[in-house]
Design a protein around this ligand. Structure first.
Ligand code: PLP
Length: 434
């Protein structure tokens, strides 16, 4: 059952609205026992990656595209940091509408771009930022026919608010804290609206990247959040707070989620967890972090931030050598600074691997291990050959790496009021007055 069917009575839909769905919503709320223990709270993860196109966008997109169809649109258009594009393209395909997607050239994950292309959207790479792409999309929409399905469309917020309903339904109560990434702010507005409609007031924590225009978390790489004034109003009304998190904190949280909890999200999605780690929380608080997108959305991040693969000979000795010693440590870049220096690499090969390896493995940082009996040919084509001490038996794997930064990071709450006003005028988010 999709969100339109499940929450029909709480959405702006009527008999003429098609019940457009790809099965969005009803995503799992997964407990996070290790992170809970670390933080002294009861932490749950709202896994929005389990939506049909792998991100939270599908809830709002189902409603926005359904309303576009109802209104007789000839097509839809959006600007995107990737996930909106994937979602818009899929729902347009489902609805039988053409879709045009504008995204910053070279600035989004290729996996997300692939989703949009596969679904038949016309994908245009804009020479500029996301904000430039959004302005251009708005102009296209204003020129007639194509409906803009960015979150400035109130129907997007309406669909997205259903996640707040689900959180309360699944927990059987209102959580004390809800934390989520803050890019453009649409999702924060949507949760505020959803909780507001329930008469619920959890502490709503919107986590923005410290380096908005340059963060490694490409999904929230947005300099001018289109919903900033609404977010500021929510903050002023005590209904939300904005926390700034560094890229290193995002990486730490992202890695902790994957390695301590087995939940693989894209880097931007970990921003809420990074924020929660900064907060002073009442022991035992009920905390929900919204994980907005799937880890497979951004495989390049894994190449650059996680453990390298190794090529081994298919012999026990070679494998034993590989899994002993240092094989569970990373040879890839592990800091935001490391990531950024690699981002400057040619877009065809943004990886830790030398360029010469790219033809064989476009993005994977491969570490090759051979035994002393390995053939010369194998060595010469292998790149680095590492002999490592057999210090650890295979049967006793290393404990997982620490999932949190050992040094507490300074708290920094900012209402993000000092960053100027958005340059794009648009309809107000209903959440601010909800
Ligand atoms: C994975 C992911 N997380 C978070 C966000 C930020 O959401 P919002 O722009 O609604 O603040 C986005 C936006 O594209 C996203 O794709």
């Amino acid at each position: 059952m999709g969100v339109i069917e499940r929450y029909r009575d709480r959405l702006p839909v009527g008999p003429d609205t098609p019940e457009l769905t790809l099965g969005e919503g009803s995503t799992p709320l997964v407990s996070a026992p290790r992170l809970s223990a670390q933080l002294g709270v009861e932490l749950f993860l709202k896994c929005e990656a389990m939506n049909p196109t792998g991100s939270f966008k599908d809830r709002g997109m189902a409603v926005a595209v359904a309303k576009a169809v109802e209104g007789g649109a000839v097509g839809i258009v959006c600007a995107s940091t990737g996930n909106t594009a994937a979602s818009a393209a899929a729902y347009a395909a489902r609805a039988g509408l053409p879709a045009i997607v504008l995204h910053p050239a070279g600035g989004i994950s290729l996996a997300k771009q692939a989703q949009a292309r596969a679904a038949g959207a016309r994908v245009l790479e804009v020479r500029g930022t996301f904000d430039d792409a959004l302005r251009a999309s708005m102009e296209l929409a204003e020129s007639g026919g194509y409906v803009l399905v960015n979150s400035i469309d109130p129907n997007r917020i309406e669909g997205q608010k259903t996640a707040a309903f689900e959180v309360v339904e699944e927990l059987g109560r209102v959580p004390d804290v809800v934390a989520l990434p803050y890019g453009g702010g649409g999702n924060t507005c949507a949760y505020a609206k959803g909780f507001g409609e329930l008469g619920a007031r959890p502490r709503l924590v919107a986590a923005e990247a410290a380096e908005r225009s340059d963060t490694l978390a490409s999904a929230i790489r947005i300099s001018e959040p289109v919903h900033r004034s609404e977010i500021d109003e929510l903050v002023a009304a005590g209904r939300a707070e904005v926390t700034t998190v560094t890229d290193d904190e995002i990486i730490d949280a992202w890695r902790a989620l994957a390695r301590s909890e087995g939940v693989f999200c894209e880097p931007a999605s970990a921003a809420g967890v990074a924020a929660v780690r900064r907060l002073e929380l009442e022991p035992g608080s009920l905390v929900v972090c919204v994980l907005t997108g799937h880890g497979l959305k951004d495989p390049a991040a894994v190449d650059l931030l996680a453990t390298a693969t190794e090529v081994v000979d298919p012999r026990l000795e070679s494998i034993l050598e590989a899994v002993s010693g240092t094989s569970f440590t990373s040879s890839g870049a592990r800091t935001a600074a490391g990531w950024k220096s690699r981002e400057k690499a040619p877009t065809s090969c943004r990886a830790t691997a030398p360029i010469s390896r790219c033809a064989r493995s476009r993005s994977s940082p491969i570490r090759r291990t051979t035994t002393s009996a390995s053939s010369t040919a194998s060595r010469s084509s292998a790149g680095s050959v590492r002999a490592r001490p057999r210090s650890r038996p295979v049967s006793s794997p290393e404990p997982p790496p620490p999932s949190s930064s050992p040094t507490p990071t300074p708290r920094s709450f900012s209402a993000s009021t000092s960053k100027g006003t958005p340059t794009i005028s648009r309809p107000r988010c209903a959440a601010a007055s909800a």
